[in-house]
Design a protein around this ligand. Structure first.
Ligand code: SAM
Ligand code: SF4
Length: 333
């Protein structure tokens, strides 16, 4: 699929639910977002059918996200269904990691290839503050499980917030002894017109990736540790715009994703689908197309038509239009 700006679109991110077993202050109110009605959420079979049609239209890579995708009943069945679609080369999952210890084996057996685990801080008190309900050791157990069953790559993502002053060096150092790809992501002030802002964070909290890297290297110098160098053979195959570095001799890498300070819209390769069956051509735009009616009442050709329309609607870039009406948990970050 080629969009109207000449970009090849072959990556579909699917939100399976807007529910979650955590309540990160920048993503969800403590009592959850007004949950979607059960009938509004796409059924597992409906999602499988959409992916089959999307695959015939040019999608080769799929990521399952949410909300927390592992709280969605049927997620393992969905992975198995998608794995059976010949055009799909790889299936990935973005998760907070809490349920991985009990689910990693089944997900691997069903055909999941890659995982991204979200962990904004290694400090228990700070983690609990950000997630309201979470404990950092549960995420470490999830990372251990992901490595044990052999997902490849295992990436760990941290959103950096200026007012939190996270220990970015310690986070980066986790890439040294194990094949972990530790990635820093600039905070995106999205969802500000959703009426919820539990974090109080805004544009002033965006820390540009250049600055994060300099902080890591400054700390490395202080400790007599080598600085980051551009990643070599351990660089993970990516689907996105991360720039990878490594500590010399490390098993993993350190990645930087800068949607705000250095947007990568010209390389955008993706479409997003929300749990209630809306195609969102751009994360930062509230424009959405209704796929649910097509899957419930239409033919495969009707489904394909919605994808083709979405290609036409993909904007050339996000133009810093970040105050969207849906929070990340509702879009599928
Ligand atoms: N629950 C899963 C998880 O936490 O990985 C998947 C969904 S969550 C919305 C996906 C990612 O979006 C998480 O890594 C989270 O930190 C990130 N995220 C949420 N709100 C964000 C924001 N405003 N800016 C940048 N990243 C954000
Ligand atoms: Fe849940 Fe992920 Fe949002 Fe945190 S970031 S509340 S884990 S969906």
């Amino acid at each position: 699929m080629i969009d109207s700006h000449g970009r090849v679109i072959d990556y579909l991110r699917i939100s399976l639910t807007d529910r979650c077993n955590l309540r990160c202050i920048y993503c969800m109110p403590e009592d959850g977002v007004a949950a979607l009605d059960h009938e509004d959420i796409l059924r597992i079979e409906e999602i499988s059918r959409i992916v089959r049609v999307a695959a015939q239209t040019g999608i080769t890579r799929v990521r399952l996200t949410g909300g927390e995708p592992l709280v969605r009943h049927g997620v393992v069945d969905l992975v198995r269904d998608i794995k059976a679609i010949p055009e799909i080369e790889s299936i990935a999952l973005t998760t907070n990691g809490i349920l991985l210890p009990e689910m990693a084996d089944d997900l691997k057996a069903a055909g999941l290839s890659r995982v991204n685990i979200s962990l904004d801080t290694l400090d228990e008190e700070q983690y609990h503050y950000i997630t309201r309900w979470g404990h950092v050791n549960d995420v470490h157990a999830g990372i251990d499980a992901a490595l044990r069953v052999g997902f490849k790559p295992v990436k760990v993502n941290s959103v950096v917030i200026r007012s939190l002053d996270q220990d970015v060096f310690e986070f980066a150092r986790m890439s040294v002894d194990r094949p972990l790809h530790m990635r820093f992501i600039e905070y995106m002030p999205v969802g500000e017109s959703s009426g919820y802002d539990g974090s109080g964070w805004g544009e002033q909290d965006v820390v540009p990736c250049e600055e994060i890297m300099e902080t890591i290297n400054a700390r490395a110098r202080e400790l007599g540790f080598p600085e980051l160098v551009p990643a070599g053979k351990h660089r993970p195959t990516g689907w996105g715009p991360a720039r990878y570095y490594e500590f010399p001799g490390a098993q993993g890498t350190v990645g930087f994703i800068s949607p705000i300070s250095n947007h990568f819209c010209s390389e955008c390769n993706r479409l997003r689908m929300t749990a209630d069956g809306k195609i969102r051509p751009c994360l930062f735009s509230d424009e959405e197309l209704d796929l649910r009616t097509a899957v419930r009442e239409g033919t495969d050709e009707d489904i394909r038509e919605v994808f083709l329309q979405a290609l036409q609607l993909k904007p050339d870039e996000h133009h810093s239009r970040v105050g969207t009406a849906r929070k990340m948990s509702q879009i599928g970050g």
